[in-house]
Write a protein that binds this ligand. Structure first.
Ligand code: KG4
Ligand code: ZN
Length: 339
């Protein structure tokens, strides 16, 4: 039996968790800074790391309290090492190293993307081998997941991430940050209809590309006299019908792109037993439903984490930390964010 304490501060969340490799997640406490970044339409790195410095101590204490354990009971401390915003990663990493040094605990540096890729296993017994789609504001990739800690990236985005496309197009429509949840809400109000049939992409390879879609939406808005390119301004902020129609067409288009790319991956790896999806975009109920149906038709199981484990969270870092501890993959105090 092993008890892992984890810290995750890669972007705009401050999260701490306790994971028991026999009983599962004992606590997962996350402070989200969304409200602080909203006025800027995206994450401001300086604000993110300052907020993390303020929050990390109380969040760590709360995670230990909720799990009803003390640091003395912990076997190892896991922490996100990269990729992420350097200032933010450093807050978590320095805090974790200090705790490990002070309490003489093992320390394990965890790759942020590996943690997302294995997050569906936090709550589900997912069979190997499977394909995992990770889609967040910073990354969109597919992995062939062979075993705990054994995975190969089979596809990535050539330009923007899927979440970034939601965020940038929401901004174009004068909608608040983050774009994904608001686009989903507006699309639901018009029953997820595909009004404008945006292009599904010229790139027929397994890799993703979303920047062309962003340009297509922009030019379509300009054509409709709804966007001023020079002033970079949406001209019909009160036209909620237009916002809903664009939102809905966009969501259907991005979902179709996921289906297309997944079909290519499945063709390449027909032996897989399941498909998973992780990262902030995996919170989207429409995408979840569509991919569930897609997989069902092909006799594949589909697994997604609960929303709190889709977005950045320390529970997924602890989960990876737990198997890395078993595999003897430990770090030392030279652990850095550029490894
Ligand atoms: O994983 P995450 O919390 O942070 C990183 O980027 O690492 O993902 C945030 C992204 C944002 O781009 C946000 O717009 C998107 O996930 N997102 C969604 C939804 N909820 C969050 N995208 C589509 N539908 C959602 N319901
Ligand atoms: Zn993430």
């Amino acid at each position: 039996m092993a008890l892992i304490f984890a810290i995750e501060t890669s972007c705009d969340e401050t999260s701490a968790a306790v994971y028991d490799d026999q009983k599962g997640i004992l606590s997962n406490v996350t402070y989200s800074q969304i409200e602080q970044h909203k006025p800027f339409g995206g994450v401001v790195p300086e604000i993110a790391s300052r907020s993390q410095l303020e929050k990390i101590n109380p969040i760590v204490k709360e995670a230990l309290k909720q799990a009803n354990v003390s640091l003395d009971d912990i076997d190892a401390i896991a922490v996100t090492k990269n990729p992420g915003l350097p200032g933010s990663l450093l807050v978590g990493l320095c805090f974790a190293k200090t705790l490990a040094f002070g309490k003489n605990k093992k320390i394990i540096g965890v790759n942020h993307l590996e943690a997302h890729a294995f997050s569906p296993l936090l709550e589900h017994n997912v069979p190997f081998e499977h394909i995992c789609i990770t889609a967040s504001g910073g990354h969109t990739s597919m992995y062939l997941v062979q075993d705990l800690g054994k995975y190969t990236m089979i596809s990535q985005t050539l330009d923007d991430a899927a979440g970034e496309a939601f965020d940038k197009i929401a901004k174009m429509l004068h909608l608040p940050y983050p774009g994904g949840p608001v686009i989903e809400r507006l699309a639901r109000e018009v029953d997820f209809q595909d009004f404008y049939h945006y292009p599904r992409g010229k790139n027929k390879t397994i890799d993703f590309s979303f920047s062309g879609l962003k340009t297509a939406v922009l030019y379509d808005l300009v054509k409709k006299n709804a966007y001023d390119m020079r002033k970079k301004q949406f001209l019909r902020p009160n036209d909620t019908q237009l916002q809903k129609e664009v939102a809905s067409s966009l969501l259907v288009c991005i979902t179709d792109i996921f289906k297309q790319k997944l079909a290519l991956a499945y063709k390449q790896y027909p032996h897989v037993k399941a498909v998973t999806m992780a990262g902030g975009v995996a919170c989207n109920k429409y995408i979840r439903k569509q991919l569930t149906e897609f997989c069902k038709k092909r006799g594949l199981s589909f697994f997604v984490p609960s929303p709190k484990y889709c977005t950045d969270n320390a529970a997924m870092i602890a989960f990876v930390g737990a198997y890395m501890l078993k595999q003897g993959k430990l770090s030392d105090y030279s652990l850095d964010i550029f490894e």
